[in-house]
Write a protein that binds this ligand. Structure first.
Ligand code: SAM
Length: 473
């Protein structure tokens, strides 16, 4: 069994031997200034790096070269994404689960967590609460339970969500994070109009994966690892990868993650739309002290920078698992999408839970409201964006990538961010946030390169003030 990134077999495109060789190579060269400089020089072209080169950067122990790596990550982020940060919120539909994941409080044997599944009416209430905060983009989350949360339930929930229009609110993009499923089911999710299909690999290390998932359908490493292939075959061309850092050796999972991205690019001509970087958190009956691979912040942020350099055009997502301080650093180094005002409990947007009635998946570190997050981002010089235009204009998969790669982000995503921020300021922001946002929009409009687009964007901004909504380029 050889390493073959074009193979459809999990253990061939995520090849254990290749990962071990990669880690050994990276360790051997961690002080090799000449090689590290060559790799950084190559990465300056913003065309990415392969898993081996990126692993050398991650292993690098030369302080000045680590600094150069951070500077480069920041430069790539600024060049490709500008200062836009896309906003989203998770929506937990159900925490019923038949799996035995040892790190997740949803595991079937947990008797202390309160089990809950939202009815369609409860979903309506949650979505209205999310719309009233100003959210336009959701990530649906659910445990795996074919009896309680069958695909039909997820599909019905998506229809409900897209159908709710409360005041000026609307959810314009529903991303979905549910367990690995069949090509046929992925096709149904695609037809229901989902944005990105997100599935975290948790760990790419097969033996540890099987120990961490001792029971239930998720135990099957190949079925889980090959899920994105089935999603692509079902017509979903925006897929989101992720590793749950803390479960396994990080260098192993970093290499695996990039090999997975290389596999998708090699077979389907388009890499992952996003990569998430969740870190293991305390939760109901889960104690992070029981996990020996938990990461310190310094390594976590090095991983963020190395991912940014390795896959420049892949969006990077960070959740409220991370603290304000950690998110601030990750934003500088490459993260392009963050959640805000999140509740990880089922039904938590309508009613915040007490500790006793806990149904949440993990303890949130960043507990600020969406308005506080938006105000904070504006203070840091970012443009919070509620844009969902690409997906709605059919610019998914390789069509999104060609937009990004031809540098049209400044003429398209930039103005879209400003228009959607304007809607947020008009409809949902506090006085203080609105004042900051108005100044930022004024300054940013000057930077739109194409004059015609700038003029049109200005007209859209005026129309939004007059009460119209939902413009896009
Ligand atoms: N059930 C779906 C599956 O099988 O992939 C996905 C939904 S689950 C609600 C979303 C993710 O939360 C998981 O993939 C896992 O990485 C993460 N998660 C689980 N337990 C966690 C914990 N204790 N701390 C942080 N993240 C956790």
């Amino acid at each position: 069994m050889n390493y073959d990134k074009t193979s459809s077999v999990a253990v061939e495109f995520i090849h254990h031997g290749e990962i071990l060789d990669t880690i050994a190579y990276a360790q051997e060269h961690r002080h090799d200034r000449e090689l590290i400089e060559q790799i950084l020089d190559r990465a300056e072209a913003m065309k990415g790096l392969d898993h081996r080169e990126a692993s050398v950067l991650l292993a690098c122990e030369e302080p000045d070269l680590i600094e150069r790596m951070f500077r480069l990550a920041r430069k790539i982020k600024e060049h490709i994404y500008g200062n836009r940060i896309v906003m989203f919120a998770p929506l937990y539909l159900s925490n019923y689960c038949v799996n035995g994941c040892v790190y997740c409080p949803y595991h079937a044997k947990n008797k202390t967590i309160r089990r809950k599944k939202l009815t369609q009416e409860e979903i309506r209430q949650e979505v209205i609460a999310l719309q009233d905060m100003g959210h336009k983009r959701l990530a649906l989350e659910a445990g795996e339970d074919p009896r309680n949360n069958p695909l039909e339930y997820i599909l019905e929930s998506i229809r409900t969500i897209y159908g709710i229009h409360h005041k000026n609110g609307a959810i314009r993009r529903v991303n979905v994070n549910i367990a690995a499923t069949t090509v046929e089911n992925y096709r149904k999710l695609h037809d229901a109009g989902i944005g990105t299909y997100i599935l975290f690999q948790e760990t790419y290390h097969k033996e540890n994966y099987e120990k961490l998932h001792p029971a239930g359908p998720k135990h099957d490493y190949a079925y889980h690892t090959e899920a994105m292939d089935r999603a692509m075959q079902g017509g979903i061309d925006d897929v989101g990868l992720g590793v749950l850092f803390g479960l396994n050796n990080y260098a192993y999972d970093f290499a695996g993650l990039l090999m997975h991205a290389e596999h998708l690019e090699a077979v389907y001509g388009v890499g992952p739309h996003t990569i998430s970087v969740p870190r293991l958190c305390m939760a109901d009956d889960i104690d992070t002290a029981d996990f020996e691979n938990c990461l310190p912040d310094a390594i976590f942020h090095k991983i963020v920078a190395a991912i940014r350099i390795a896959v420049p055009y892949t969006g990077m997502i960070i959740s409220t698992r991370e603290s304000r301080k950690s998110r601030e650093r990750a934003l500088e180094l490459g993260v392009s999408q963050i959640s805000g005002g999140s509740r990880t409990s089922v039904g938590g947007y309508v009613q915040e839970e007490t500790e006793e009635e806990n149904s949440s998946q993990f303890d949130v570190s960043d507990r600020r409201t969406l308005d506080e997050i938006v105000g904070w981002l504006l203070d840091l010089g970012y443009v919070p964006s509620f844009c969902t235009a690409c997906y709605r204009a059919g610019r998914t998969g390789d069509r999104f990538m060609s937009l990004a790669k031809t540098g049209q982000i400044a003429n398209c995503c930039g103005p879209n961010a400003l228009i959607t921020l304007k809607e947020y300021l008009q409809d949902y922001a506090s006085e203080a946030t609105r004042a900051k946002g108005v100044n930022v929009i004024r300054a940013e409009m000057e930077k739109v390169p194409n004059e015609q687009i700038r003029t049109r964007a200005l007209q859209y901004l005026q129309a939004i003030e007059a009460g119209e909504r939902d413009f896009r380029f």
